[in-house]
Ligand binder design. Structure first.
Ligand code: HDE
Length: 705
């Protein structure tokens, strides 16, 4: 079809604008020179530049001249643009926001941030994957980092957590081994951003303490729908201290107001190809469009007496405290309301340190936390190149600072005046002094015992909570765990490693273990792994551990992919858009041509994706709005059939115009149409469809073995 000429020269404004756009700037300017509002280009030294297109050289075709300071400075700076990526959590995405206190904790902590209800504290959050390098894809099966920097009035508090409340190892000395095992093998440098390989599972199968965490990572928690739909956990037990230095143990939780949501594995694999930036794009788009993600901060508070009675050691980071035993008290909310101005300056240079805690918050003896407190400071110097990384704006506290630290690479602020030491006898001019009353004080715990390298016996039950997690899942989630482990082990080449993993699963759940063994085709089910005391105890299920039981309540903030063709009924199209807007949901129009479609009444609708660029894996639910002619076009387009079959396989709700019916036939799904496939004819249908999409997925479609 010929492209119609636009005589006005301006883009035709359509009735249906996309819910948000990622474009910025004018995008259409050609080479322009300074003048008017356009600033003059300068060198880093401020020298105005006359020509930025050509190096200084002899004649038109002669050699370049060393004298060309502009060229040299430009290339020199470019050559030094990279800094080392983080040794773990290299791929991350950050945003700014604030924390607002909704319930005072003045009874248990003197931390300034927890005193006054309604008070807002600026925050910066960086989400991340762990294993992949900086340029890896977003939807790897992995743990997600959830690092929060809170710029409190008494200094920065870094709560450097994950989206999983437990960890693989109990002692920090094992961290390099654990990380080496999951990262690409040193000889071949693959696989990238994956745990499905021999080295990782070899380490895991020889490290029984990791199995609780393994259950979480192999569950759908390992493939979140986006950062907005996942929980965060401080993991370790921390302490709160009140003004009398009375200690209360505390565990921190971030609960997304959006609810919990994940993708399925087959979908994740395809998302990574279709949009490697799926998670960062989601966060950027949500915040940019004013749909600010929000989490509640919850605390589990308990004392020594509870800690003594609890079946597990509260210092063991492979254990959680079930919410049924110690309820989570909501005390505030975290809102992310603006994206970064510059990725490098903020997200890349932000330096989280677990040891950054303000007065009123203190550490426990968790051996992992103790080790982290050493590692984070060290790693920032390596990454950012100077002990003055606190001078970088994203890392600088927003409260007054006064100390005698000075000099070093890139020192931006040095003490003024004569005295750069204390004690001194220069009076008020001599600079800051200690403040025993207001300053940070550690909890005066009494420690005794021989100096030894010993793992406490109270850390030795590795399976009870792993089982508790498993039995707390819905059947579909349990199936996904079995599928996840089977997939990963199918990529493990050594049969003995596969068997060794199953030998541990037998302690967690026999049916899970035998299912995995069967799906792997193990010749024999191995003997259960040898265990040290104590053996497993049976713990009750906990609803808080399931994603499906804690999903979003509506379709708000989620995304519908509308595959639409020319000639589709204009009323139906408008009805669906109205229903989505009423629900505060997003949508994208996917069409055979990126130029868009023309509805039955002649209205032009812009498309945001051409079919092969907008597969259904990128959307939470889909609608296929096609005319009779349009359905024929879709039926002869392989990507359109994939759009439908993938949406169907991934248990998505599918709305369709009656004319689009035949696409089901062409896609081989004519006999499978179920209650998750909803025919759309009227405004009521559209409203009901969008409401139904709030239920996440039509899980009934996935067969349980
Ligand atoms: Fe980290 N971890 N970690 N970690 N971690 C780092 O610090 C480390 C652990 C976590 O967005 C590094 O700045 C050790 C648990 C997050 O910038 C490094 C141990 C938890 C981030 C480091 C752990 C985390 C990191 C690498 C075992 C959840 C990203 C770059 C004792 C509670 C922060 C950096 C960001 C980053 C060390 C275990 C979370 C090397 C030694 C447990 C979210 O310092």
């Amino acid at each position: 079809m010929a492209v119609k000429k636009n005589t006005s020269g301006k883009a035709a404004k359509t009735k249906f604008e996309p819910s948000y756009t990622e474009q910025q700037g004018n995008g259409g300017e050609t080479h322009q020179q300074a003048g008017g509002d356009v600033a003059t280009l300068t060198s880093a030294q401020g020298i105005p530049v006359a020509d930025d297109q050509n190096t200084l050289r002899y004649g038109a075709r002669g050699p370049a001249l060393m004298e060309d300071f502009h060229f040299r400075e430009k290339i020199f700076h470019f050559d030094h643009e990279r800094i080392p990526e983080r040794v773990v959590h290299a791929r991350g995405y950050g945003a700014h926001g604030y924390f607002e206190l909704t319930d005072s904790l003045a009874d248990v902590t003197r931390a300034a941030i927890f005193q006054n209800v309604g008070e807002r504290t600026p925050a910066f959050v960086r989400f991340s994957t762990v294993a992949g390098s900086k340029g890896s894809f977003d939807v790897a099966r992995d743990v997600r980092g959830f690092a929060v920097k809170l710029y409190t009035k008494e200094g920065n508090w870094d709560l450097v957590g994950n989206n999983i409340p437990v960890f693989f190892i109990q002692d920090a000395i094992k961290f390099p081994d654990m990380v080496h095992s999951v990262k690409p093998a040193p000889d071949r440098d693959f696989p990238q951003a994956q745990s499905a390989h021999d080295n990782f599972w070899d380490f895991i199968s020889l490290t029984p303490e990791s199995f609780h965490m393994i259950m979480w990572v192999m569950s759908d928690r390992g493939i979140p729908r986006s950062f907005r739909f996942m929980e965060g956990f401080g993991v370790h037990t921390f302490r709160f201290l009140d003004s009398n230095d009375r200690s209360t143990f505390v565990k921190f939780h971030w609960k997304p107001k959006q609810g919990l949501q994940s993708v399925v594995w087959n979908e994740a694999v395809k998302i990574n190809g279709a949009d490697p930036d799926f998670h960062r794009r989601d966060l950027w788009n949500a915040i940019s469009s004013g749909d600010f993600p929000e989490w509640e901060l919850g605390v589990q508070l308990f004392d020594e007496e509870f800690a003594e009675k609890f079946d597990f050691d509260v210092l063991d980071p492979t254990k959680l405290i079930p919410e049924e035993l110690v309820p989570v008290r909501t005390v505030g909310r975290l809102v992310l309301d603006h994206v970064v101005d510059n990725f490098f300056a903020e997200t890349e240079q932000v330096a989280f340190c677990t040891q950054n805690v303000p007065p009123g918050i203190d550490f426990s003896n968790d051996p992992l936390l103790q080790g982290r407190n050493f590692s984070y400071l060290d790693t920032q110097v390596k990454r950012l190149g100077s002990p003055n990384f606190t001078h970088i704006p994203i890392n600088a506290p927003k409260c007054p600072m006064a100390h005698f630290q000075q000099d070093g690479h890139m020192a931006m602020h040095n003490p003024v005046g004569r005295a750069n030491y204390e004690p001194n006898s220069w009076g008020a001019a001599g600079g800051p002094r200690e403040n025993p009353k207001q300053g940070f004080r550690s909890f005066a715990s009494e420690e005794t015992g021989p100096k030894r390298r010993l793992r406490p016996e109270s850390f030795s039950d590795h399976y009870s909570q792993a089982r508790q997690f498993y039995i707390s899942q819905t059947p579909i989630e349990q199936k996904h765990i079995a599928d996840g482990i089977t997939f990963e082990l199918s990529k493990v080449e050594r049969p003995d490693i596969r068997s060794r993993v199953v030998s541990h699963l037998l302690h967690i759940d026999e049916e899970l273990a035998t299912t995995v063994a069967d799906h792997l085709g193990l010749p024999v089910v191995p003997e259960p792994a040898e265990v040290t005391q104590p053996t497993r105890t049976d713990l009750p299920p906990s609803d808080a551990l399931s994603i499906v039981k804690n999903g979003p309540k509506t379709f708000a903030g989620r995304k519908m992919g509308i595959l639409a063709t020319d000639g589709v009924d204009a009323d139906l199209f408008a009805a669906l858009i109205a229903a989505l807007q009423a629900e505060k949901a997003n949508y994208k129009v996917i069409a055979p041509k990126i130029g868009g479609i023309t509805l039955s009444d002649g209205t032009k609708v812009a498309a945001q994706q051409k079919i092969d660029g907008g597969p259904s894996v990128l959307y939470d639910a889909v609608a296929i709005l096609a005319s009779k002619e349009g359905t024929k076009v879709l039926a002869s387009t392989p990507a359109a059939k994939d759009f439908l079959t993938d949406a169907f396989t991934h248990c998505k709700y599918i709305g369709y115009s009656s004319e689009a019916c035949t696409l089901f036939k062409k896609a081989g799904l004519a006999d499978d149409v179920d209650k998750g496939c909803i025919k759309l004819g009227s405004q009521n249908d559209a409203n009901a469809f969008v409401k139904t999409c709030g239920n996440l997925r039509f899980w009934q479609r996935e067969k349980l073995d």
